[in-house]
Design a protein around this ligand. Structure first.
Ligand code: RP5
Length: 164
């Protein structure tokens, strides 16, 4: 069994600008992870192999980002019971609303937890994965609470500019 706990997959290297925000959070929390391109329509056999091996490899969550038709998260979810967290990547022509609708509209029976379009969604998917792992890891739970507390402090110290 591999040591990897969270897999981050995306449909194209062009998704990396968005998906690196998920990887950055996983790095910050020292979560063993991997990141790779697994294109649903250009490498469907690889996609199924990845999904089919996920549980046996010990993955606890798969963060899957895609743009446009964005079938990657749903198709991975169709082949594994490992929780899939979907990130809609902003597409060139429809700004990611297409990706969001595609990922969030999974028919009943095969869920994909769907996050916001773009970098906020990528970061939040990773934070959600951290929260899931923290249920079984008290040290990680403390780390996550501290991360939230820091964020609260930053918000409390926010200053507003003068009225112009
Ligand atoms: C999807 O198509 C990818 O997830 C990406 O968001 C989009 C465009 O891919 P490229 O044409 O940039 O490779 O499969």
């Amino acid at each position: 069994m591999s040591h990897i706990q969270v897999g981050v997959v995306m449909g194209s290297s062009s998704d990396w600008d968005t998906m690196q925000h998920a990887v950055s959070i996983l790095q910050e929390f020292s979560i063993p992870h991997e990141a790779r391109v697994v294109s649903a329509h250009r490498m469907p056999d690889d996609m199924f192999a990845y999904a089919e091996a996920a549980e046996q490899r010990g993955l606890q969550a798969i963060i899957a980002g895609a743009g446009g038709a964005a079938h990657l998260p749903g198709m991975i979810a169709a082949k594994t019971i490992v929780p899939v967290l979907g990130v809609p990547v902003a597409s060139r022509h429809l700004q990611g609303v297409d990706s969001l609708h595609s990922i969030v509209q999974m028919p009943k029976g095969v869920p994909v937890a769907t996050f916001a379009i773009g970098t906020a969604g990528a970061a939040n998917a990773a934070l959600f994965a951290v929260a899931m792992l923290a249920r079984q890891n008290s040290q990680l739970a403390e780390q996550l609470s501290a991360w939230r507390a820091k964020q609260t402090q930053v918000a409390r110290e926010m200053a507003l500019p003068p009225v112009v």
